[in-house]
Write a protein that binds this ligand. Structure first.
Ligand code: AMP
Ligand code: MG
Length: 327
């Protein structure tokens, strides 16, 4: 099967990062009262997850560049020695025997720029950092892009229950172009094919949006669902877990409605989720109905906002969005 090696390596890498992240989150939440100002747990998980994914990919595909969200510059500062020690401790729980130099090098392998030519991976080591800190949803998102086209995506959601596979804790989604989408668990590798929901009437749909109203306009969403006569209130959730929910048919529509003109979406926030929904039979465009363009470097500079649907509802949702949102 084409991309078999890449698929396996990406799944292994993301599951390692999920295990690291949930260990960091469990240690953080076990502290009882959360210090809302203390962002260090997510910083540890961010650096740690990028290190283990990058190290794992480099061992299998040493020539493949990686476009990651993090660089090690912050960790090298003397005042961040404690943070660095915590990152090293958590990385070594997953990948023993890595030196400090190895870990820095792994993180910094993620400094590629992307673009329209050749092949690279893109990684959001912890997508949904606010959800991670709240003890809600977050995701490890990895995708492979060749000549601007997404070929493969793996989305690990350690806190998203895997309902249909015997109650395993986390859900891991995987999709390869032309091969469909599947779900597996963070603790077992039995796979099941997934499909988007077969819903043709918007009133029966479940709409999903960001938990954070600064990331996607809740007010515009309220108008859109009213216009379409949607019965259920929108589901608010952090991270690309929303794409996973859509791909497995639990949700029907995911909207990302711009809150500020200047914001441009990052490729690592959508690459894995995008192929997952498409391969599960859904459709993803921007608010103008244009396909997402992953060939422009680190950002989706040619696109505004996101509309992801089960396919059947795409046109009707697109026209409702365009009546409400003026971009
Ligand atoms: P979500 O959890 O779906 O709200 O998305 C989290 C992602 O939102 C983060 O990874 C950020 O890259 C991204 N983000 C940050 N600021 C904004 C913004 N103003 N508009 C849209 N997305 C944003
Ligand atoms: Mg993100």
């Amino acid at each position: 099967m084409i991309y078999e090696l890449e698929r396996r390596a990406a799944l292994e890498a993301v599951i390692k990062a999920c295990n690291l992240a949930s260990a960091v989150q469990a240690a953080h939440l076990a502290g009882g009262v959360l210090d809302k100002e203390d962002k260090s747990p997510v910083t540890v998980a961010d650096f740690g997850a990028q290190a283990v994914v990058s190290e794992h990919l480099a061992a299998v595909f040493p020539r493949d560049p990686l476009v990651g969200e993090e660089s090690s510059a912050l960790l090298r500062l003397p005042e961040n020695a404690q943070l660095k020690d915590s990152v090293l401790k958590h990385v070594r729980m997953i990948t023993p025997r890595l030196s400090e130099k190895d870990v820095f090098a792994a993180i910094d392998r993620g400094s590629a720029e992307g673009g329209s030519k050749g092949r690279f991976w893109t990684l959001d080591p912890i997508d949904g950092t606010k959800g991670f800190l709240r003890g809600d949803q977050y995701a490890v998102a990895l995708a492979l892009i060749e000549d601007g086209q997404i070929r493969l995506g793996v989305l690990g959601c350690p806190s998203l229950p895997l309902v249909s596979l015997q109650g395993q804790a986390g859900s891991v989604f995987v999709a390869v172009r032309g091969q469909g989408a599947a779900i597996t668990g963070t603790e077992q590798l039995q796979e099941r094919k997934i499909r988007v929901a077969d819903i043709a009437n918007p009133s029966d749909a479940l709409f999903c949006e960001s938990f954070e109203s600064t990331h996607s306009s809740h007010d515009d969403m309220d108008e859109i669902v009213k216009l379409l006569g949607v019965k259920r209130p929108p589901l608010r959730m952090d991270s690309q877990a929303k794409y996973g929910i859509l791909a497995r048919g639990d949700g029907t529509v995911y909207l990302r409605l711009p809150t500020m003109k200047a914001y441009v979406e990052k490729i690592w926030d959508h690459a894995a989720g995008f192929i997952l929904v498409e391969e599960a039979g859904g459709k993803v465009t921007d608010l103008n109905g244009k396909p997402l363009d992953f060939s422009q470097g680190k950002t989706l500079v040619k696109n505004k906002g996101i509309i992801a649907t089960n396919g059947k509802l795409h046109d009707i949702v697109l026209s409702a969005v365009q009546r409400v949102v003026h971009i």
